[in-house]
Design a protein around this ligand. Structure first.
Ligand code: HEC
Ligand code: HEC
Length: 376
């Protein structure tokens, strides 16, 4: 059966590529205790498609940069990355610009701060407004805190422009020391850090989610920066000449209820549930909103879910992704609201249900006109 053998073929081919990716992009020895678990085949297949332009069809082609940094840079400690000019005293580099996405990813209640650093005299490639490519040398940081303690700081850095995914980006997390004097790169991740229930993902696990966007920036996008919530936003980027002035604000569409739910699904699910994402070999469901999608009902997030049968998830009696008017019969609402094995969505990087997210999505589904409305 052709439909079943294609993913299989990709999986076989990609597991080889997967190891290559690791060897090229990680510092130190082979990753131990990788946290991808059951996701790994899909992730590998997706990454393979990404790295193979013929198969992906849309992989960005970039030219080798003359100004690529000479020689490998050390990223063993956060203090080597340039985010802080004084790490112990938490003095940020002057070029570290704070930003926030309109819709954040739920991280079990941890507080998060984010910064971008762009090399001087560079701009962001927004040729495809929906998939930004940052210049070589650009860094994105996200720092997690809980109970007043710094836990970890994550880095996505564009390190080269070879056109090969495995060589062009560095992703990893730095675990803060108890005295908060510095943070150390933890390739294999860490569990229950600093006496909290927070887990730091392995460097490999970052890719499970960040693979879903060709330039690997998930919250630093035209859609997510179309807001007036403070910090760097799309308007500031235009004013600084970092993106073209024609790149106007276009946020998540819909009335407040729809917008709250659709934006939530975009931020929390869309990175895996799109054609570049880790879930794609298993299900063709889209939970990502594209920049410029101006109505909820014509958005792919709607047309690929509302009244559409589940493809991979058929257990527990769920046969429909979103049953309009009936959150209890909707697989999307169910999986978002559970953390039991096999059902939990997202399947990684969270141990606690987000009550606010569940409420938003259930309210929106409850307000959708039922399928049989007016039928008789
Ligand atoms: C469960 C999926 C998931 C995993 C695993 C994950 N991320 Fe992310 N990350 C996201 C999403 C979604 C955003 C954007 C929303 C937000 O910041 O709240 C994001 C944002 C970021 C940002 C801010 C820049 C941006 O993309 O908007 C950085 C830096 C980052 N992640 C680094 C990492 C690194 C490094 C790892 C691994 C150690 C990692 N992430 C693991 C989903 C994930
Ligand atoms: C880290 C990647 C990842 C993230 C993030 C993620 N998913 Fe998934 N999702 C998958 C994979 C892989 C599958 C296919 C295997 C399965 O069903 O468990 C899937 C399947 C599903 C299915 C079944 C679809 C079908 O047609 O059978 C639903 C429903 C779903 N996810 C909902 C969500 C929701 C809601 C979110 C956000 C709250 C989310 N997912 C976030 C990876 C992800």
């Amino acid at each position: 059966m052709v439909a079943a053998s294609l993913p299989e073929r990709r999986r076989r081919r990609s597991s080889k590529r997967f190891r290559l990716v690791l060897a090229a992009s990680l510092v130190g020895g082979p990753a131990a205790g990788v946290a991808c678990g059951p996701l790994e085949p899909s992730v590998a297949a997706s990454r393979d498609a990404e790295a193979d332009p013929a198969e992906a069809g849309a992989a960005p082609v970039v030219e080798a940069a003359a100004d690529a940094p000479a020689g490998p840079r050390l990223r063993e400690r956060l203090s080597q990355t340039g985010l802080y000019t004084d790490t112990a005293q938490k003095v940020l580099a002057v070029d570290a610009l704070a930003f926030r996405p309109a819709f954040p990813l739920w991280s079990d209640g941890a507080a998060k701060e984010r910064w971008v650093r762009l090399p001087p005299n560079t701009t962001i490639d927004t040729t495809d407004p929906d998939h930004w490519i940052l210049p070589v040398g650009a860094q994105l940081f996200k720092e997690f805190s809980l109970d007043g303690k710094r836990l970890e700081t994550r880095l996505v850095e564009r390190v080269a422009a070879t056109g090969k995914l495995e060589a062009d980006y560095w992703l990893g997390a730095f675990l803060w020391r108890d005295d908060e004097s510095d943070a150390d790169f933890v390739e294999a991740g860490a569990s229950n850090v600093r006496a909290t229930s927070h887990d730091v993902p392995s460097a490999e696990a970052c890719w499970s989610c960040h693979i879903g966007e060709p330039g690997h920036a998930l919250g630093f996008t035209a859609l997510q920066l179309s807001h007036e919530l403070g910090g760097l936003n799309l308007a500031t980027l235009r004013a600084k000449g970092l993106v073209p002035s024609a790149l106007v604000d276009r946020g998540v569409p819909g009335d407040p209820t729809a917008r709250g739910a659709v934006g939530y699904l975009h931020a929390n699910c869309g990175h895996c549930h799109n054609e570049n994402g880790a879930s794609w070999p298993d299900t063709d469901m889209v939970l990502r909103v594209a920049y410029g999608e101006s109505s909820v009902t014509s958005a792919r997030l709607f047309t690929s879910t509302v009244g559409v049968a589940t493809k991979s998830f058929r257990s527990s009696g769920f046969s429909v992704r979103i049953e309009p008017g009936d959150p209890d019969a909707s697989a999307v609402a169910h999986r978002l609201g559970t953390r039991t094995d096999g059902g939990a969505m997202p399947p990684i990087a969270t141990k606690l249900v987000d009550p606010d997210g569940v409420q938003r999505v259930r309210e929106w589904i409850a307000e959708l006109p039922p399928r049989d409305a007016g039928a008789d």
